[in-house]
Every structure is written in C-alpha cells, then in structure tokens.
Design a binder for this molecule. Structure first.
Ligand SMILES: NC(=O)CC[C@H](N)C(=O)O
Length: 221
C-alpha cells in the first residue's frame, strides 16, 4: 500500500513514522512537504506526525492546519482515505476540523514524556483492529498540549457512537474522560496523543505500537 507522511516545519517524528510505515506496508512512504498542493496518486494511508509544527505558536497545530497540503488531506479523508494523526498530528486534525474537540495545555502544565498504560476502548476501527477491546497496552506520550477537551454533548456522542479508540488507564494530562485517541464518524480518521511509532521494536521496550500499524494495514487490505 502507498502511504504518505506530511512534513511540517517543526515536525520531529516524521522519520520515526516513516520507519513504522515502511515496516508495516513494505514500502517507504512518500514524504510530502506541507507546502505541496497535491498528494501522490494512489495514497491509501496518510500520516500526520508528531512534533512542533510552526513551533506550536498560536496553538499547537493551529498554523499547520492551514498549510496548503491540508486541503488535499481533507479531500482525501472525505473520499475515505485513512488518516492517522499522532500527537501534533492529532492537534492538527482537531485544528483542521477533521476531528471534534481540542487539545489544551496539560492539566499539570508540565511536558509529560513517559510510557503510559492505555485501554483500547474499541477494537472496531481499522486503526485498532490489531487489538482486543479493553486490552491494556503500553505506548509512550511526549507532549505539553495533550489535555483533550470537548463539550459534554460531544463527549457523550463520541462515546455513545464508539468513536473513542484509546483511553489513559489513569489521569495523565487532564483529558476529559481520560480520552487519548478518537476516530471520526466515518472511522477513517484517527487522532491519538500517544506515539505508536515509538513502540515498534524490542529496543523501544515493546511492540504494542507496531500492532496498530500492522492491524491497520491488514484492515485496509
Ligand atoms: N511530540 C509531539 O508531537 C508534541 C506535540 C505538541 N507540540 C505538544 O507538545 O503538545
């Protein structure tokens, strides 16, 4: 499968994401600079990587969400192409309106960088098909703006419709209902603050992240 990683000024997880995608898909992803106005033909999976696009100025992801390539990312998402946003990628997706809610400053203000235990809230998405529902997995986080916020009606809706993909096992950053990752209504866009691409080989301390990429590629066929 052909995949693409969108690279913004300040992305710093783009190469890790590329390694994870190459392992899972068997082909190097296309690295697409954010100022491009077209995606390569036939892309089946788009990744928005972690980092500090535009130095997190204004709000994390707010400026990058208006980069030219994001028009194409939105159009691709509307056509059903899978879009995976990790950390700053999740922030970009909420700022771009592809996912509901917002990522606020962590409740404790500090930057948090450590492994966290996550509950797989639903294995009924392409992104979580490599897991069992309610399974606990370990994936690292590294962020200062990971505190997921949405109004109560939105939270009730995304929970009720099974769009919460991952929850923190304990309060990590103040996120509403411990939400760590969500999918859109169509199920083809996932945003998550933890970094699966940082848990794909024994040297990382585990492979729970690899299971996301392998499950996703299998589900997409
Ligand atoms: N690792 C990351 O993607 C960092 C995300 C973001 N800029 C934050 O610190 O909240």
């Amino acid at each position: 499968m052909k995949s693409a990683v969108i690279v913004f000024p300040g992305s710093n997880c783009d190469r890790d994401m590329a390694v994870a995608l190459e392992q899972a898909t068997g082909a190097k992803p296309h690295m697409v600079w954010h100022r491009e106005t077209e995606l390569p033909d036939g892309i089946g999976l788009i990744a928005l990587p972690g980092g500090f696009s535009y130095g997190d100025y204004l709000r994390s992801g707010a400026i990058g969400a208006n980069s030219p390539i994001m028009r194409e990312v939105k159009a691709a998402a509307d056509r059903g192409v899978a879009v995976l946003g990790v950390c700053n990628g999740f922030q970009l997706l909420t700022e771009a309106g592809l996912l509901p809610g917002a990522l606020l400053r962590n409740a404790g203000i500090d930057f948090i960088c450590r492994d966290v235990a996550l509950k797989v809230a639903s294995s009924q998405t392409a992104f979580t098909s490599g897991y069992q529902s309610d399974e606990t997995i370990t994936i690292p986080v590294a962020h200062h703006d990971g505190n997921y916020f949405a109004d109560n009606d939105t939270l009730d809706r995304i929970e009720g419709e099974g769009h919460v993909a991952f929850r923190y096992d304990e309060s990590v950053n103040g996120s509403a209902r411990n939400i760590a990752g969500i999918v859109n209504a169509a199920g083809n866009v996932l945003g998550m603050m933890p970094h699966p691409e940082r848990m794909i080989e024994p040297a990382h301390g585990g492979s729970d992240g690899k299971r996301l990429f392998d499950g996703l590629v299998q589900a997409l066929g």
